[in-house]
Design a protein around this ligand. Sequence first.
Ligand code: NHW
Ligand code: EN5
Length: 388
Amino acid sequence: QYKFWGTQPVPRTDEVVTDEGPIEPNKPISEIRAEPYPIHKDFEWVTVDLEDEAENRDVYELLSNNYVEDDEATLRFDYSAEFIKWALMPPGWRRDWHLGVRVKTSRKLVGFIGGIPARVSVRGKEISMVEINFLCVHKKLRSKRLAPMLIKEVTRRINLTGIFQAAYTAGVYLPKPVATCRYYHRSLNPKKLVDTGFSYIPRNMTMARMIRLYKVPEEPKTPGMRLMTAADVPQVTKLLRKYQSKFELYHMLNEEEVAHWLTPIDKVVYSYVVEDEKKRITDVVSFYSLPSAVIGKSAHSHINAAYLFHYAPSDLGAGDKRLQQIIYDALILAKAASFDVFNCIEFMDNAKFIEPLKFGRGNGDLHFYLYNYRCADVARENVALFMV
Ligand code: NHW
Ligand code: EN5
């Protein structure tokens, strides 16, 4: 049981965490291993240069063929090459945290793990961390303990920069989540979702009734709702900061980071603001595009999924209704942009709109983890950490 994770500074699965803080103290640089960990003679460590189109393509190919699938291998995440660059090159990114493994003879990329810097607020304490994502080992090299090697080598490279904590999310259970949240799905194109095996027709339902049930208007309902621009960044940053500060786990964003994560990029990230008569920004809502490839035989190659990303509803005394309204507009805008489904997880204030806006419970969980940081369980409505 947990031959690798048992050696790492993470809580045991049976541990009841009450105190809070680092599990191991920071090491002086002189005590951190200076050379890369040894690797099997047929392979070599590489630092992937995502600014190089061919290397960006190599990561895209590895992930599109080998990354996360659902329980029955119906669908596989298909992050676009441009999305991968956006996700791994935010302000402060470092090339040596984009770690790959190549086969020496063929140069084929067969392993990857990515880290980005983030200041994370954990119950009011601001901690410099990395966020780890896109861990992937080629299907032909599974169960050979390559994943622990990637994790150890990226940890070494990160420790050398004086960072000793990390945050990551996964669908699999590992020692030990600080929170676990369920995925929810709002159908926008029910017929395609059923045809591809993502969804099904419930008993006592027909396709015609489903199509009617999930129909949304063609244009947003909130007066003043429009696409966000670079000029909105200062006001959006203030709004997000104010709203986020009520949660116990979130990524603290400065203006530069808001510009990176929210400025719209076609087919990657979609952000909208509500502007009032006095040109003030009162609300913001965003989602990102993450298609899934249909693995089995189907008339469709992909499901176009939008995932709810950062948002902040204004506090105009409308309470829960306001949040419902801006998320409803996000559904409308996603449908207009040809998305088939709108996904979110049950965290933040999402429970307030999940039922009224006809989201259905998915079969997958997302677990939230901290590396080398003990922290009592965080209730899901207090989690606001986004990892794409
Ligand atoms: S979660 C998505 C992860 N990727 C996938 O699921 C893609 C498809 N699967 C694969 O590519 C988002 C492979 O199955 C992987 C495992 C590579 C997952 N996280 O090499 P072995 C992220 O990217 C443990 C962590 O033989 P494999 C977050 C497993 O429990 N550990 O397996 C990533 C076992 O350890 P144990 C995972 O199937 C966060 C060991 O790996 C894991 O060929 C990373 C087996 O290794 C997962 N998702 O390859 C941690 N899945 O103790 C970052 C399995 O049980 C930590 N394992 O023996 C922080 C680092 C930075 C710190 C800085 C201070
Ligand atoms: C790194 N940032 O299992 C995170 N997805 O529910 C990586 N289920 O799509 C970790 N076999 O419920 C990702 N349909 C972990 C998630 C891995 C992928 C995954 C789940 C999340 C999912 C689909 C079914 C998939 C195909 C069947 C699902 C139900 C549709 C729903 C029913 C109710 C009415 C609306 C539609």
